[in-house]
Design a protein around this ligand. Structure first.
Ligand code: SF4
Length: 332
């Protein structure tokens, strides 16, 4: 056992903030080594402590499809990827029905996701219908385009508890969005009282340890209610697919290091495309996704698992799954 790895693990468990150099060493550990398993076990300990042993399942519905000018290389909706020609918003009745199903299945929060092509007023009009239909205490989270302070206030007034927003790895290079715009949106949301869920991703085999360190430190600075990590899901034929895909075992190591970097102030730690190995390694948040999705070419898809299946896998990994509204997006 490398003494420096052991010291970094203990530092994180003692509440210390890991430096870039320490994170670099932790990310560089091989994901099947003894050191990695100790990192994953420490990550699990930290998540158990921050969440009082509780896991959550958040359900997301993608409400529109169509070409998006933000042109994220990894996304099915990017104009340049040419997979969707016409904008299409799913019927509001159908969106509300899916959200009621999520609620009945025990989702702890509901996310409404839209492409950057859907204008905020149109998004908010749909959200108001969902807000009126589901229980008032069930948190709604917006996963949408960038917005300003007025937009943040409008989301708050429409009944949102939070946003899901990330500075993606390679933002501004593999996307047409300036990193500073993403950060300004997050700051506007937090100023309006919206909580933040974010993530380190989408990770691909081409990313370096330095890429992971920089994005992880960025997420920590943003002071989210929950952090996460996700691998890139490759859409066949798109240029990034040539790099291949991370395995869930590799992602379990990465999410564990991100967890150690996140510290005790961040309650939740998620994994996209629910990773059962990750649930052992400290992930206490799964997303069940339906409708449209940037990681899929179908207008109506299921990504990850359903809410009941997600709850079951978390329970099999030894988590008590929270009943009722999310603690991660609870009002402060
Ligand atoms: S990830 Fe979002 S912002 Fe980027 S192209 Fe897809 S829909 Fe647009």
């Amino acid at each position: 056992m490398d003494i420096k790895i052991s010291q970094s693990i203990n530092k994180a468990l003692d509440g210390g903030e890991l430096t870039a150099a320490e994170l670099r060493e932790l990310f560089a550990v091989h994901h099947l080594s003894e050191e990695s398993f100790l990192i994953q076990q420490a990550s699990r300990t930290l998540s158990e402590a921050t969440s009082k042993g509780k896991a959550e399942v958040h359900a997301q519905i993608g409400i529109d499809t169509g070409p998006c000018a933000k042109n994220c290389d990894f996304c099915a909706f990017a104009v340049k990827n040419g997979l969707f020609r016409e904008p299409k918003v799913h019927p509001t009745r159908e969106i509300v029905e899916k959200c009621l199903r999520f609620e009945a299945d025990g989702a702890n929060a509901i996310y409404l996701m839209a492409t950057a092509a859907l204008a905020l007023p149109a998004f908010i009009a749909i959200a108001r219908e969902v807000r009126a239909a589901v229980k008032p205490e069930l948190p709604l989270v917006a996963n949408i385009d960038d917005f300003d302070e007025e937009g943040a206030k409008a989301l708050r007034a429409a009944g949102f508890a939070g946003i899901y927003h990330c500075v993606r790895i390679g933002e501004g290079t593999v996307t047409a969005i300036d990193q500073r715009v993403r950060i300004r949106t997050i700051q506007a949301a937090q100023k309006a009282g919206l909580k933040l869920g974010t993530s380190v991703g989408p990770v691909g085999p081409e990313h370096t340890v330095d890429d992971l360190v920089a994005t992880t430190i960025q997420t920590r600075r943003l002071k989210p209610a929950n952090n996460a990590s996700c691998r890139r899901v490759n859409i066949p034929g798109l240029p990034l697919a040539a790099h291949g895909t991370m395995t869930y075992a590799q992602m379990a190591h990465i999410l564990a290091v991100v967890r150690l970097a996140s510290g005790y102030d961040i309650i939740g730690h998620g994994t996209h495309e629910p990773n059962g190995i990750g649930a052992m390694a400290g992930a206490n948040l799964f997303w069940a996704e339906q409708g449209a999705n940037p990681r899929d070419v179908s207008e109506q898809t299921v990504r990850g698992w359903t809410v009941p299946r997600s709850r079951e896998v978390l329970a099999e990994a030894g988590w008590e799954v929270l009943q009722g509204p999310s603690v991660m997006f609870a009002p402060s």
